[in-house]
Design a protein around this ligand. Structure first.
Ligand code: ATP
Ligand code: MG
Length: 267
């Protein structure tokens, strides 16, 4: 196990998610395909971590293991020291497309999966509507929302039960560039407000640097952790500032430089 990916025991931060020697294979037509290989990682309480890596390297698979949707993996995955063995309300999930229920209004979508259905929690819903800027659209139906508004609603829905971890799988991947930037800023504000431990999968390196405390760069399949790059910049981050640009270059280089191979010379 590579110790550099584990929390420093001297640090006061508590570990929210612990992943040890995690591997995952899929069976496709009788052939075993290795998708994740020996992942070791600790994510601290309140931390915002981004995962970047090529298509098919296992990012969504990783999130689905943490969410509890995938249970047939090798290794250990724990939240607050307890094994993850099923989906639960302690994890909120946002997908690339909003996946809202079209027959429910915005506020009904947000409150649909709440833990205490009998509890009067309109205050909580109002807070979430304000947090994601949808107060005036609480009675609207999904087909009346723009793509960005639908994703805001999906984020509010994922936060309804105060999850231990918020899992975001390319949540802004289908949005236009302007809406994307606005939602990144809003996600940052949400995170600064409630400090939910967050894991964001994204193809957008700039988005990862803008939001995350650490950026995890995965190798191509089978996905392994190639590098973990801390982003020591104050928020709100300026995408044109030299330190930001330097980190972007660094990550691009890690991303696109193929592993060095031995070259054999024949004489
Ligand atoms: N249920 C499944 N059965 C078989 N193979 C699967 C299954 N789900 C995913 N795979 C394969 O596992 C690999 C990793 O898939 P995954 O969706 O985790 O990748 P990803 O990194 O999220 O890719 P992308 O960036 O394109 O979303 C891919 O090769 C995919 O075809
Ligand atoms: Mg994916």
């Amino acid at each position: 196990m590579n110790e550099q990916y584990l929390a420093n025991p001297k640090e006061k931060q508590s570990v929210k998610l612990s992943i040890k020697s995690l591997s995952k294979t899929y069976q496709v037509k009788g052939v075993e395909i290795s998708v994740l290989s020996d992942i070791n990682l600790e994510i601290y309480e309140g931390e915002f971590v981004a995962i970047v890596g090529g298509s098919g390297c296992g990012k969504s698979t990783f999130l689905r293991i943490v969410s509890g949707f995938i249970q047939d993996y090798v290794g250990k995955a724990q939240i607050n020291g307890s094994d993850i063995h099923a989906p639960g309300r302690d994890r909120g999930f946002v997908f690339q497309e909003s996946r809202l229920f079209p027959w429910l209004t915005v506020e009904e979508n947000i409150s649909f999966g709440r833990k205490n259905k009998h509890e009067k929690n309109s205050k909580k819903i109002d807070e979430l509507l304000t947090l994601v800027g949808l107060t005036n659209f609480s009675r609207a139906y999904p087909q009346q929302l723009s793509g960005g508004m639908a994703q805001r609603c999906a984020i509010a829905r994922a936060l309804i039960n105060h999850p231990e971890i918020l899992l975001l799988d390319e949540p802004f991947g289908a949005l236009d560039a302007m809406t994307k930037v606005t939602l990144q800023e809003e996600l940052l504000k949400i995170h600064e407000k409630d400090k939910t431990t967050t894991i964001l999968v994204t193809h957008d390196i700039e988005e990862a640097i803008f939001l995350a405390d650490r950026v995890i760069v995965m190798t191509p399949r089978p996905g392994k952790i190639h590098k973990i790059i801390p982003v020591h910049l104050y928020h709100p981050r300026n995408r044109n500032e030299s330190a930001f640009v330097e980190i972007r270059k660094h990550i691009y280089n890690e991303f696109f430089t193929p592993p060095k191979q031995e070259i054999e010379y024949s004489i």
